[in-house]
Design a protein around this ligand. Structure first.
Ligand code: 6R9
Length: 650
């Protein structure tokens, strides 16, 4: 990736942290110096945010890399740290979760109540024969029981494996089989787009293929009819009748906490294994530092689904370890109207919002007038995660949601890293639209070339992590060899994240997406992210996805799928004219080499449930191949829409 485009690096806008926020910030610039001076001592101090039943003997055992052990010999209970200690400190009446169901029903759950519910669920699981080390699959909609189920597993030392409520029978049964799960926790259904959507039939089919499953616990959410087998138990008859008295036992710092299968935009899903002490340390620290959380006054809202790592670390473990008050929302952002998010922010006076670029671009497409109708003045920190955020979407987020005041933290991390690794600090960093800026204190990130040499400022290459970190994955479940091969073999002694990145002239980092997505056009490396950002910088474009399609002349040619903004006329000649204008716009912004061969105007883009564009499918469309595996596709009807409704021009 030596010959890269300069476009993103020419960004000259800078946004200083607001003075009031900087003056009262949880973390100041001194944290970088402290961590640089002694990284391990820094992490040991962060571990001190938690209550340990037994202090560790050694901060890090790295004697058998890449297999790390953090806080060796230490013991703690993760659920105790998220619940009991807050209740014991007199904070039991604080709201933990303001839950908002899609149909408009609400529940307010205090720390004391969440503690009681978790104790009941822990007792119920124990009665069902679940013991420390067993695996429990969780296949639930965004209901409070999802958090309760996770915490109950943590409380008894069982390992949870949360599977997205939208996944298919095969996705669920293969994950159950891979982890040999003993119990599945599910629901009759959940609400999506105004309708009850069934979950139980999928579980029934998956369980029929899963000999390891002994019991199925079913939460009643929608009240729809369900088939019943002798393995099934209602949650309200089993958990809600159990004793809420449960004493949490401490477990080893390296006790497996959860397995989470990677989003799988490519290849066979990997069961990423996370353990307890190091994971909770970094989830709690980063939530405190990156969002500047003030637990007494903030109302925090992460819009991710609990089935994604963002939901694990920034709905369940980080916020609850920190005693935060948060919103949990069950449904989609356009039900009952496209104003749903802003109505929630306004009503609960949300102060910290953490969402994804895909949602920000969707809101852009729907139009500025929707958020403009609400009081969003409570918002003081805005976060982004999941994909590179285009400078244009970043500016839209800042202006229309942050009202030009709230700092944006663009947070780079992965299921594998367990917690945020690269991000601005809201009270410290002067941000640049589209850049995740730099590694957090205690994190050693770098960009290297093909040979693993650090690139100079201004250069581009592969993102790596040079030192182990507390919340790092410990292995791929059941496959140590694949763990070593996937992450630690590309560059000697470094973790290879699979992402491309650039350093600008100040040494700040620009993430460019998966390296598999980089295109090679007439011998030039061009990242899909850069062409997408150029397209989104045109006023008529809300969202764009770019792929490299095989081309007889240039090797690969750039094909772009583009969603126009709501008000743009794309009928007939107007559509053709727009396509030509966009091709020229990209050529002008990035140089003629980046001019797309073809631009298609489409109504939607195929995305994973976590909101990442599935470029592999678009490449198939661009090359007229039949479609590959779509099990992680949010809505397979999108592909039909794209294939039938697209307007294409060369
Ligand atoms: C947390 C999460 C990880 C991949 C990662 C990268 C992309 C995430 C990003 C970002 C640019 C950001 N990614 N955050 N790219 N800027 N702020 O998304 O985990 O589902 O495992 O995906 O997402 O490509 O490698 P996961």
């Amino acid at each position: 990736m030596s010959e890269t485009l300069e476009n993103l690096l020419q960004e000259t806008r800078r946004f200083e942290p607001p003075t009031a926020l900087a003056d009262a910030a949880n973390v100041t610039a001194a944290a970088y110096d402290e961590a640089a001076e002694d990284r391990l001592a820094f992490w040991a101090r962060q571990a001190g945010r938690l209550d340990w039943a037994k202090e560790w003997d050694e901060i890090l055992d790295w004697s058998n890399p890449p297999f790390a052990k953090w806080f060796v010999g230490g013991q703690l209970n993760v659920a105790y740290n998220c619940l009991d200690r807050h209740v014991a400190a007199g904070r039991g009446d604080r709201v933990a979760i303001h839950w908002e169901g899609e149909p408009g029903d609400t529940r307010t759950i205090t720390y004391a109540e969440l503690h009681r519910l978790t104790g009941q669920a822990a007792n119920a699981l124990t009665d069902l024969g679940v013991v420390a080390g067993d695996r429990v699959a969780i296949y639930l909609p965004m209901v409070p029981e999802a958090a309760v189920a996770m915490l109950a597993c943590a409380r008894i030392g069982a390992t949870h494996s949360v599977v997205f409520g939208g996944f298919s029978v095969d996705a669920l049964s293969s994950r159950i089989a891979d982890a040999s799960a003993k119990v599945v926790i599910t629901a009759d259904g959940g609400y999506r787009r105004g309708k009850p959507s069934a979950l139980k039939p999928t579980v029934d089919e998956a369980v029929a293929k899963s000999p390891t499953i002994e019991h199925v616990l079913v939460v009643r959410r929608t009240g729809q009819d369900v088939a019943w087998t002798d393995k099934d138990l209602w949650w309200h008859e089993t958990v809600e009748t159990a004793s809420d008295q449960h004493v949490a036992q401490p477990f080893d710092a390296e006790q497996p906490l959860f397995i989470l299968y990677t989003s799988g935009t490519t290849a066979k899903p990997k069961g990423i294994l996370h353990t307890s002490g190091g994971y909770l340390t970094q989830a709690a620290y980063t939530h405190h530092a990156v969002f500047d959380l003030k637990p007494e006054t903030d109302v925090y809202w992460c819009t991710a689904d609990i089935g994604w790592v963002t939901g694990h670390s920034y709905i369940v473990y980080g916020p609850l370890a920190n005693g935060a008050t948060q919103i949990m929302y069950e449904g989609t952002p356009d039900t009952p109207s496209k104003a749903r998010f802003w109505e929630i922010v306004d009503r609960y006076k949300v102060t910290i919002l953490y969402t994804a670029p895909t949602l920000i671009r969707t809101m852009m497409k729907w139009g500025d007038d929707i958020p403009a109708g609400f009081d969003l003045s409570s918002l003081r920190v805005l976060g982004s995660v999941g994909e590179p955020i285009n400078p244009e979407a970043w500016m839209w987020y800042r202006e229309n949601i942050g009202r030009g005041r709230a700092p944006i933290v663009d947070t780079w991390w992965q299921t594998e890293t367990g917690a945020i690794m690269i991000s601005p600090l809201p009270g410290v960093t002067a941000t640049k639209p589209g850049s995740a800026m730099g590694p957090l204190p205690g994190i050693a990130a770098d960009v290297v070339d093909d040979q693993g040499r650090s690139v100079p400022d201004g250069g581009g290459g592969y993102l790596v992590l040079r030192e182990p970190w507390p919340s790092m994955l410990r292995t791929i479940w059941g496959d140590d060899a694949r763990f070593v091969e996937t992450y630690w073999s590309r560059f000697e002694g470094m973790y290879f994240a699979g992402d491309g990145a650039k350093k600008d002239s100040d040494g700040h980092l620009w993430l460019l997406g998966r390296v598999d997505d980089v295109m090679l056009v007439s011998g030039h490396n061009i990242s899909t992210t850069e062409v997408e950002s150029a397209l989104v910088s045109h006023p008529s474009v809300a969202e764009a996805a770019v792929v490299g399609a095989t081309d007889p002349t240039t090797g690969q040619a750039i094909v772009a799928f583009t969603i126009p903004r709501g008000s743009v006329d794309t009928s007939g000649d107007a559509g053709e004219a727009l396509i030509q204008e966009l091709r020229n716009h990209v050529a002008k912004t990035l140089g003629p080499i980046a001019k797309p061969r073809q631009i298609m105007l489409v109504p939607e883009l195929p995305k994973t449930r976590s909101g990442k564009i599935m470029r592999r499918l678009l490449r198939d469309v661009a090359e007229n191949r039949s479609l590959g595996d779509v099990t992680t596709l949010q809505d397979s009807a999108v592909m039909d829409l794209i294939s039938s409704g697209m307007q294409s021009g060369k």
